[in-house]
Design a binder for this molecule. Structure first.
Ligand code: GLN
Length: 446
């Protein structure tokens, strides 16, 4: 049944890169026999899920929306896939994204443009555009995305769904194809906050295969969903409602704050003074890490290999020239430059120092407040094609989500109204490993 719906809708939305009907059918049969044997059920048992195409799935093509991985069939599963398997979900297929998760509109996919289901002329956001669009269009109820600088929250906002970037370390990155390893996190995209918490329950936890996964307790994230936020203290950064943020977006956040106030929370304006440096810091650090991470795609180990190269070096060069798209090349060049001797101190090292200041901004605010609230994006979804030729405007789109990745804290986007028929997102940011408060506020507001 899920596939009938998907085939109907996906002709227009184009969220799925690969569908895996046969395997899904087999998984369902297996689950049936477990059920018949009275074996196990759970909140996610038997539910169809879509997976962003940078999460490695055993025997299921994983392209990162890049030509360079066109025919890559992994021989192992990401840790999150093993965990989902244990929870009894059924993997429906792989979802479109910006190539190697670099982008904000899913227009950097080598394969196709995904459309925003609310208005097919607009982008679904990115880089997890396929993951958000598939949930918004009712193709699946659950999906996984990844968020390095906003790639779960921004598409969730544009598509009117719920998307969480967990605390750095909450979820294993083993099997997530690395873009910027110090920022990347996998996270759930769903229709409701409660579904989101169920999915986080299933995929969280320390993993021996990922030394950056954190050995902290995993609470039941659905426990705090009571609707009671009396006495909760909210901080609203003035930088998040200022210049560049559209009037409708500002108004939608102020309206949301009224709702939260009615529910017994209080809010005050605060400052995150180093926010203005976040974009530059992020693009230096993430591109530097990407330039190192992407060096493994050489035409030898896996994926696409150029024909007719006459020497090994030529083979590397041609494979990478033909296999990577423009945006990926731009980041590799930027990152290689920032890391090169002579420029390292001025760019990479400086950016690391500013990152520490940005992190400290958040720590200072969280000394007095429980959560930070603001918009997810400065505007609603833009038209397909509108920003493709202007990378800087495209980058500016992530100005409100990027600081959260630099600080490593959790953040969620929940729908908060519309502007011209397009959804807007409210961003709720929490302390390290305090997804519970983030969910609590999101649930009360929803
Ligand atoms: N849009 C941002 C970028 O292009 C964020 C990407 C992401 O979070 N994966 O880098």
């Amino acid at each position: 049944e899920a596939y009938t719906r998907i085939k109907d809708v996906d002709e227009k939305v184009q969220a799925f890169l690969t569908l895996d009907e046969e395997n899904a059918f087999n998984q369902a049969k297996q689950l049936d026999s477990l059920l018949a044997a009275g074996e196990k059920t759970g909140p996610l048992f038997g539910l169809p899920i879509g997976i962003k195409d940078n999460i490695v799935t055993k025997n299921l093509r994983t392209t990162c929306s890049s030509r360079i991985l066109e025919n890559f069939n992994p021989i192992y599963n990401a840790t999150v896939m093993e965990k989902l398997h244990n929870a009894g979900t059924i993997t429906i297929g792989k979802l479109n994204m910006d190539e190697f998760a670099m982008g904000s509109s899913t227009e950097n996919s080598y394969y196709m443009n995904t459309k925003n289901p609310w208005n097919l002329d607009t982008v679904p956001g990115g880089s997890s555009g396929g993951s958000a669009a598939a949930v918004a269009a009712g193709e699946v109820l659950f999906s996984l995305g990844s968020d390095t600088g906003g790639s779960i929250r921004q598409p969730a906002a544009y598509c009117g769904v719920v998307g969480l970037k967990p605390t750095y370390g909450r979820i294993s990155r083993f099997g997530l194809v690395a873009f910027a390893s110090s920022l990347d996190q996998i996270g759930p995209i769903t229709r409701t906050v409660e579904d989101n918490a169920f999915l986080l329950n299933a995929i969280s936890g320390v993993d021996p295969m990922d030394s950056t996964s954190a050995n902290v307790a995993v609470p039941d994230f659905t426990k705090g969903l009571t609707g009671d936020i009396k006495g909760l203290k909210i901080a609203v950064p003035k930088e998040y409602l200022g210049e560049g943020v559209s009037e409708e977006v500002r108004q939608s956040v102020l309206d949301a704050l009224k709702v939260l106030e009615k529910l017994g929370a209080t809010w005050e304006e605060v400052s995150l003074p180093h926010s203005k440096y976040a974009l530059a810091t992020y693009y230096l650090l993430s591109s530097s890490e990407a330039s190192a991470n992407l060096s493994r795609f050489d035409g030898i180990r896996y994926g696409y290999r150029a024909d007719n190269a006459e020497s090994l070096i030529e083979l590397y060069k041609q494979t990478r020239a033909e296999g990577f798209g423009d945006e990926v090349k731009r980041r590799i060049m930027l990152g290689t430059f920032a890391l090169s001797s002579g420029y390292y101190d001025a760019y990479y090292k400086k950016a690391q120092k500013v990152r520490t200041l940005i992190k400290k901004d958040f720590e200072d605010v969280f000394e007095k407040y429980d959560v930070i609230v603001g918009p997810t994006t400065p505007t609603p979804a833009f038209k397909i094609g509108e920003k493709v030729n202007d990378p800087l405007t495209m980058y500016a789109n992530d100005i409100l989500t990027i600081p959260v990745n630099l600080a490593g804290v959790p953040g969620i986007s929940v729908p908060c109204g519309f502007s011209n028929g397009l959804p807007l997102g409210l961003q709720i940011i929490g302390k390290h490993f305090d997804e519970e408060s983030v969910y609590k506020v999101a649930y009360a507001y929803e």
